[in-house]
Structures are given as structure tokens and as C-alpha cells.
Write a protein that binds this ligand. Structure first.
Ligand code: NAP
Length: 503
């Protein structure tokens, strides 16, 4: 049962200003739009909650995270039903995403229970140290305070209300205020109901979680500028993310903005691999490129290959694999319009050939494939910008030297992939130092869509892939974004945090 209200510190709060959802199918719902009053209320409640939640035990927070996962599962089918209607994503995809979301919550619960993430260190006192005596010095990571999270349009569960950013902040000990994405407000509300139920069941302070609904820029701006918000997690567009990042930097007290923005995720096909299994790689690429209408931040939009017969065969195989893929519904009308405008800007760029054309309109996306030369790529930086959707570009380079040049020309990326056989090893190895400087994750012989939630995952990278290259928004390392080290020098044992008492 949907109320169309915000959840603020355990209360469902309505408002006078409303907006209508724009579902892919079914009738629109009416949702309240939060303003400065609701932001103030949610941020103040989060700060109030921090004084207990920020000092809760790891076991208490783990129990809370596990309970959220249980409550989401209890509402599983209702979430799939509304999520699918709002976003156009198939039910099977949303069921899978639900498993990822609950798995992530449970993984973070078990991770914090182990305690390693606290990075506890101790330099024992040296009373006879020369030239000076040294006091006892210990270090431990502490939560930063209330965190604002922007739900992502393309992952209504795994990167939204109870998604990765929220789970990481809650695991760290930070209360969360979510700005729900206006593309799936009903899905957000049901997930918020699950979190509310978990709060009530575990006796956590109600200010630990709030969901603010809305579809205007003032809401996001006032949230990141609020003095009590100490960090922000965001997944979305380069323009929106950059605007919010600048607001965070411009505050009287600047705060970190962990934005995951755009990426074209280049794929380098080395000569021997291209000759031996170019067609299979092309087929796999077509699948990865069109998965979920290409609406993945890890979508591999650009392939780089040495020109010649093998590259021509690769393109033919890619066209054959892409051609039968019909129109897919996009997440919002705006995202579909942005896809077509990205396609038009590629079309308008000189030296680019359209080898697979199609027709799409309204909220649909169909695949497109373009070809260009290495020299033209290097001359037109617009070709390196993300187009969110199933559009591929193959860059045909003269030789491996030009491939290296292209690799150096990329902006920061979430991922970079190399397809290689044994004989390609020495050439591929030359790319490694370049790709390490460009991407958060480097893959061999695979496709970057499908990001494992695990300890060793990095989903981030140099700007514009993310606004903070030291961080990841997927995997257990993502918890670190919402922590800061505190050093305790000569502090008596009884005044130390419990977690430092046994080291
Ligand atoms: P978006 O426009 O960046 O919006 C994301 C969130 O930020 C929304 O809640 C939005 O509010 C808010 N927002 C955006 N700009 C803002 C500003 N200047 N001030 C305050 N709040 C702001 O992203 P989107 O709606 O998800 O999709 C638009 C485009 O983003 C896509 O076409 C695609 O290019 C890109 N995208 C990229 C990724 C990725 O992972 N790389 C993922 C999703 C989308 P409202 O709800 O009010 O709009």
C-alpha cells in the first residue's frame, strides 16, 4: 500500500506540493515533493540519531542490516511489480537485482562483524624512548556522521533506497537521508517501508533513515548543502553529479562527494585474439552492449582494434548479433531522449560511419553501431563521451602503436577490457600501465557488465568515472568512504572506544 509520502525519522509525512510518477506501464502515482523544511527535519533527526547509531556495536548494526534484507525479501513481489511498471525493467532483472541488494546488505553485515575494516593500529608507549618518550598511540576508523544518498535511475534497488551507498553508510555507523530518484518513487517507498520495519524491529533510532521524495533540483541542492550532512553518495549523470560535487566543495565546510558518473568502458581486442575468435568476441560484446537497453554504467561502448580483415569480420559479426535485438524500454522519457541526442551528436561528427542503423522513438532504444579511425577518434573528443544506451563505436587503428595512443587519450573509466590470447601477451602487457592509470577495474577476456559485490571489487576510477579516485561504490571497500581515521594518544583505556580495548 503506497502513501506517496516521505519517511522522516519513522513518520510518514505528506506535503502540499506533489509530482506524478511517469511509469513505463500502468497508471501514474502521486508523490510529495520535499522542500527545505523536510530536509531540515530529516538532517536534524539523522544528527540526533548519530549520537546513538554512530556508537552502536558492530553486532547491532549487522543485525539491523540483516533485518533490512529480510524485510525487503518479505515485500519481494510487491517491489518487483511496481519496480517493473515504473522503470520498464523486466521482472526477472528486478528479482535478480533484489538478490544483489539483500546479498549486499548481508555481506556488509558479516564484513563489519569481522572488524578488519576498522583498520585498528597501535604504537605502544615507549616511556624510555630516545630522544623523547613516546605515549601510547592508537588509531581506528570512525563514522563521519549523517550521509546523503542519491538513488540511481538505472538500479532501482541495488543503487537506490537500500542500495550500495545506503548499505555502506549504515554499515559504517552513519545515518542516511535518501533523495529518492523521481523515476521510481513507488519502488523507493516500499523499500523505505522495509527499512522502517527493520528500525522498529531492532530498536534503532528512527532518525537513522529518512527517504525524501521529489523531482526538482532544489531538493538535491538543499540536501547536499545542509550543514549537518557530512558526505554524499551519488550515481547518475556527469552534469548532475558535477553540479552537486561543486556545491559540496563550495560549502563553508566542504564535504566529500562520492559520485559515480560517466564511463565508456573501452575494450581493446588484440590481434591474435581478434583473428582466432573475433566473431565470438563480437557476439559477446553485442550481448553486453545491449543488456538492460545498455543502461549500465559499465556498458562497453567503445572497441579498439587494428584495422584489416579481422576487424572487418568483427564488425560484420557485431552487426549480425545486434540487428535482431529489437527496441527495449528505457528507464525514463528523458533518458530515451538523451540517448537519441547522443546518437545524433555521433552522426554529426565528421569521419564516422553508421554501420548499423535502426529506428527508435518515445521511450524506446534500439542498437546503433558506428565506425571511425584512430586519427579521427584522437581529433574528436566528443566520441569519448558516454552515451547511455545500446550504442557501440568501433575505433579502427593503424597499428598497435596507435592503439596505445588511443589508450592514453581516454578519460578516467570505471573499466577497461583487453581481449587477448597467449601470443598477444607482450603487447597487452604494454597496455597495462596505461590502463591502470585510466580505470578502476581492468579485465581480460570478459565483459564489464555484471559487477561482483565482493571484497576485491573496485567500481570507481579517475574522473569522470568517479569524483573520488580513492573510492569504490561496490564491494566491502565502499564502507571506507563513510569513515575517517581518529588517533587516540595517551587516552586511558576506560575512555577508548570498545573496539580499541583489545589491541
Ligand atoms: P541525473 O539526472 O544525474 O539524476 C540523478 C539524481 O540527481 C536525481 O535524483 C536528480 O534529481 C538529481 N540531480 C541531478 N542533477 C541535479 C542538480 N543539478 N541539482 C540537484 N539534483 C540533481 O541522472 P538520471 O536521471 O539517472 O539519468 C540521466 C542521465 O544520467 C542518463 O541519460 C545517463 O546519461 C546518466 N546516468 C549514468 C549512470 C552511470 O552509472 N554512469 C547511471 C544513471 C544515469 P531528479 O530526480 O529531480 O531529476
Amino acid at each position: 500500500m503506497l502513501t506517496g509520502k516521505h519517511l522522516i525519522a519513522g513518520e510518514w509525512v505528506g506535503g502540499e506540493t506533489m509530482f506524478s510518477s511517469e511509469p513505463a506501464e500502468g497508471s501514474a502515482g502521486s508523490y510529495a515533493v520535499a522542500g527545505p523544511t523536510e530536509v531540515e527535519r530529516a538532517a536534524a533527526a539523522a544528527e540526533d540519531a548519530f549520537w546513538s547509531y554512530g556508537y552502536s556495536t558492530r553486532a547491532e548494526r549487522a543485525a539491523f542490516l540483516n533485518r533490512i534484507a529480510d524485510e525487503i525479501e518479505a515485500r519481494g513481489e510487491a517491489i518487483t511489480e511496481i519496480g517493473s511498471a515504473e522503470t520498464g525493467l523486466p521482472g526477472a532483472r528486478l528479482r535478480g537485482e533484489r538478490g544483489r541488494t539483500t546479498g549486499q546488505l548481508r555481506l556488509f553485515a558479516s564484513h563489519i562483524e569481522k572488524g578488519d575494516y576498522l583498520d585498528r593500529r597501535r604504537d605502544a608507549a615507549l616511556p624510555d624512548g630516545q630522544p623523547l618518550a613516546r605515549p601510547d598511540i592508537r588509531l581506528m576508523e570512525r563514522p563521519v556522521g549523517p550521509v546523503a544518498v542519491f538513488g540511481a535511475s538505472n538500479f532501482p534497488l541495488a543503487f537506490s533506497t537500500a542500495g550500495g551507498d545506503t548499505a555502506a553508510a549504515l554499515a559504517a555507523g552513519c545515518p542516511v537521508v535518501v533523495k529518492g530518484h523521481s523515476a521510481h518513487p513507488g519502488t523507493g517507498e516500499i523499500v523505505a517501508q522495509a527499512i522502517d520495519a527493520a528500525i522498529k524491529a531492532t530498536g534503532i533510532h528512527p532518525g537513522t533513515f529518512s527517504l525524501l521524495q521529489g523531482n526538482n533540483r532544489e531538493l538535491g541542492s538543499s540536501l547536499v548543502k545542509h550543514r549537518l550532512i557530512k558526505a554524499v553518495g551519488f550515481t547518475g549523470s556527469l552534469g548532475g553529479g558535477r553540479a552537486l560535487f561543486d556545491l559540496c566543495a563550495g560549502r563553508p565546510e566542504p564535504i566529500p562527494f562520492f559520485g559515480e558518473l560517466g564511463s565508456v568502458n573501452p575494450m581493446f581486442v588484440m590481434p591474435t585474439a581478434g583473428k582466432a575468435r573475433g566473431e565470438a568476441i563480437a557476439k559477446g560484446w553485442a550481448g553486453s552492449l545491449t543488456l538492460g537497453a545498455g543502461q549500465f554504467c559499465t556498458n562497453p561502448g567503445v572497441v579498439v582494434m587494428v584495422k584489416g580483415g579481422d576487424a572487418d569480420a568483427f564488425v560484420n559479426a557485431a552487426v549480425a548479433a545486434l540487428e535482431p535485438i529489437g527496441a527495449q524500454t528505457m528507464l525514463t522519457d528523458g533518458i530515451a531522449a538523451a540517448y537519441r541526442s547522443g546518437r545524433d551528436s555521433i552522426r554529426a561528427t565528421g569521419g564516422v560511419r553508421e554501420v548499423l542503423t535502426s529506428m527508435c522513438d518515445l521511450r524506446n532504444a534500439t542498437p546503433y553501431l558506428f565506425l571511425t579511425s584512430g586519427a579521427n577518434w584522437l581529433a574528436n573528443h566528443v566520441l569519448g563521451e558516454e552515451i547511455f544506451g545500446p550504442l557501440g563505436l568501433v575505433v579502427m587503428v593503424e597499428d598497435l602503436g596507435e592503439m596505445e595512443k588511443i589508450a592514453r587519450s581516454f578519460q578516467g573509466q570505471l573499466t577497461a577490457t583487453v581481449h587477448m590470447d597467449d601470443a598477444d601477451g607482450p603487447q597487452a602487457k604494454k597496455l597495462m600501465p596505461i590502463l591502470e592509470r585510466k580505470a578502476g577495474r581492468i579485465l581480460a577476456n570478459g565483459y564489464p557488465t555484471g559487477v561482483e559485490v565482493c571484497d576485491a571489487m573496485v567500481h570507481g576510477g579517475p574522473y569522470p568515472a568517479s569524483t573520488n579516485f580513492g573510492a569504490t561504490s561496490v564491494g566491502t571497500l565502499s564502507i571506507r568512504r563513510f569513515l575517517r581515521p581518529v588517533c587516540y594518544q595517551n587516552i586511558p583505556d576506560e575512555m577508548l572506544p570498545e573496539d580499541l580495548s583489545d589491541i
